[in-house]
Design a protein around this ligand. Structure first.
Ligand SMILES: NC(=O)c1ccc[n+]([C@@H]2O[C@H](COP(=O)([O-])OP(=O)(O)OC[C@H]3O[C@@H](n4cnc5c(N)ncnc54)[C@H](OP(=O)(O)O)[C@@H]3O)[C@@H](O)[C@H]2O)c1
Length: 295
């Protein structure tokens, strides 16, 4: 198994899989690879415990593997894929865990046969190269399957389950991706805009949250998903107060935001379907302006 980008999500998955006995090669930049080669991957996790594990590292995929987990940010994706030449990837499943929608088809332009969409619900951060901290009381993944790849997807799901992750298989890729964006999109935009965690936005921006949830649901429906915005509002109301999104953390640490992959995707798909999304548009515009001033 290869993991491209051993940050929060990639480091967590690589550490769990390696601990469970899967052979893992981590594809990373030079300094991160060196830190991991020297000290291993170290996980601090309220769900999985604290442990360290040694994994192989490489600057690019050099030999055939069964599956390649893609766990870089959307803003890093195109450059990072230079580490996975299509001719070496061959028949390997390519499974992106990025938030957003459009990366899946983008990946299919490079690896036409074997891209399998996935989503992950977890709160995890790379504290320093090789040191991963997982803080949420939940960690679960969904993977889309279809006839041509069913056996291999089931095998991958079994490997991930035996590493401790909850995994469900879904047959409707579009609905799975929009289900994730239904809550994550509004949370990411609002926590970043307000510079506060979920507790803060619940107290100060609940009306905006409800409007965003309903706008994203309208777009999801137009795309063929079956959103349930009332259920999403209930999840919003039940989310842990201290929950922070990675977009909000990226803003706080001055890193590029996945604004286009998350907010931009909603706007693009809304425009295509002719659905008005004024609250999403206002927030995305504000955040783009903030980003451009920072650049
Ligand atoms: N974090 C979460 O809780 C969470 C939850 C659900 C979904 N997601 C989604 O998962 C995706 C990954 O997020 P994340 O939080 O795990 O990001 P992250 O912690 O920033 O990790 C990204 C990793 O990619 C590496 N990377 C960047 N450019 C690279 C390149 N050219 N070649 C190889 N590696 C490269 C980074 O390397 P360096 O370490 O060298 O910088 C880093 O290790 C995002 O789409 C995010 O929205 C995140």
């Amino acid at each position: 198994m290869a993991v491209l980008g051993p940050g929060g999500v990639g480091g967590l998955l690589a550490a769990l899989l390696a601990r469970a006995g899967t052979s893992v090669v981590v594809l990373a930049g030079e300094s991160t690879a060196q830190a991991i080669a020297e000290r291993g991957l170290r996980l601090e996790s309220r769900l999985f415990g604290n442990f360290g594990v040694m994994v192989e590292t490489a600057p690019r995929l050099q030999s055939q593997v069964d599956a390649i987990l893609i766990t870089v940010k959307a803003t890093q994706l195109e450059r990072a894929l230079e580490r996975i030449p299509p001719e070496v990837a061959g028949r390997a499943l390519v499974i992106p865990f990025l938030n957003g929608i459009d990366h899946v088809n983008f990946l299919r332009t490079r690896y036409p046969e074997n891209v399998v969409a996935a989503t992950i619900r977890v709160e995890v951060a790379r504290v320093e190269p090789g040191l991963i901290r997982q803080t949420s009381p939940f960690a679960s993944a969904s993977i889309a399957t279809s006839a041509g790849v069913q056996d291999r997807v089931e095998q991958l799901a079994a490997q991930l389950r035996s590493s401790g992750l909850e995994v469900s298989l879904r047959e409707d890729e579009t609905a799975m991706l929009w289900d994730k964006l239904a809550l994550l999109g509004p949370l990411a935009l609002l926590t970043t805009h307000e510079r506060g965690n979920v507790g803060v936005i619940r107290a100060r921006r609940r009306d905006d949250a409800i409007a965003l949830i309903s706008e994203v649901a309208a777009v999801a429906k137009a795309e063929g998903a079956s959103p349930d915005p009332e259920a999403t509002v209930r999840l919003f109301d039940a989310a842990p107060e201290s929950f922070e999104t990675s977009m909000q953390r990226d803003q706080a640490t001055g890193r590029p935001l996945e604004l286009d992959a998350i907010g931009g995707a909603v706007l693009r798909h809304a425009a295509r379907a002719g659905i008005p999304v004024p609250v999403t548009a206002r927030l995305v515009e504000d955040l783009r302006e903030r980003e451009s001033k920072r650049a």
